[in-house]
Design a protein. Structure first.
Length: 186
């Protein structure tokens, strides 16, 4: 597997299959990306102007550029790692939510213990295709923020709670009406 190993795939039990994997929306990181680009491109010039204005000559432009790129890439990597390590998955037996790379938080809930699912979308997030999902269960609550296509996640979860659809999926007799394009487009 890759550096960002898929947690859900690594914990599947016998006769348990991954049905749907939801991810954080890439739109959430858009402003972080824009900020990183401005930092990478603009910081050397801002520092150079400040040097000229305050008559400070302790760094040359190549050192400034190097420091700016190093800091900008670290910022980008931190947000990339967060995006790649957040999973919200439905298997044939449970719902799994995992976030974090260095410090991991994982919550698992039996599929049939799900009491209700709340979807929260603002006008902007709805247009961009993401929202927050809150899954209440018997003694456990999963709160996943900024998940791509939350309505599709809810549809797949309610479908897998139907014993007949669940058995059809396990048996490999996947009806295109129910399971077409069940894997996420990240």
């Amino acid at each position: 597997m890759s550096m960002f190993e898929k947690y859900t795939e690594s914990i599947l039990g016998p006769r348990e299959h991954l049905v749907y994997m939801a991810r954080e929306s890439k739109w959430v990181y858009f402003w972080y990306f824009v900020g990183t680009v401005f930092f990478l491109a603009g910081a050397p010039f801002v520092i150079r102007i400040m040097q000229d204005f305050f008559k400070i000559q302790w760094l040359n432009i190549w050192e400034i550029l190097g420091y700016s790129w190093a800091i900008g890439l670290l910022i980008f990597y931190a947000f990339y790692a967060q995006h790649q390590t957040t999973e919200l998955a439905i298997t044939t037996q449970r719902v799994v939510y995992k976030t974090g790379f260095y410090a991991r938080e994982a919550i698992e809930m039996n599929l049939y213990d799900v009491v209700n699912i709340n979807i929260s979308e603002t006008g902007n997030t709805r247009m961009l295709g993401f929202g927050d999902i809150k899954i209440n269960g018997a003694g456990t609550t999963i709160i996943a923020e900024d998940i791509s296509d939350p309505l599709k996640f809810r549809k797949m979860l309610t479908l897998m709670q139907d014993p007949q659809a669940n058995q059809e999926f396990v048996a490999g007799q996947q009806s295109t009406q129910y399971f077409n394009n069940s894997q996420t487009d990240s």
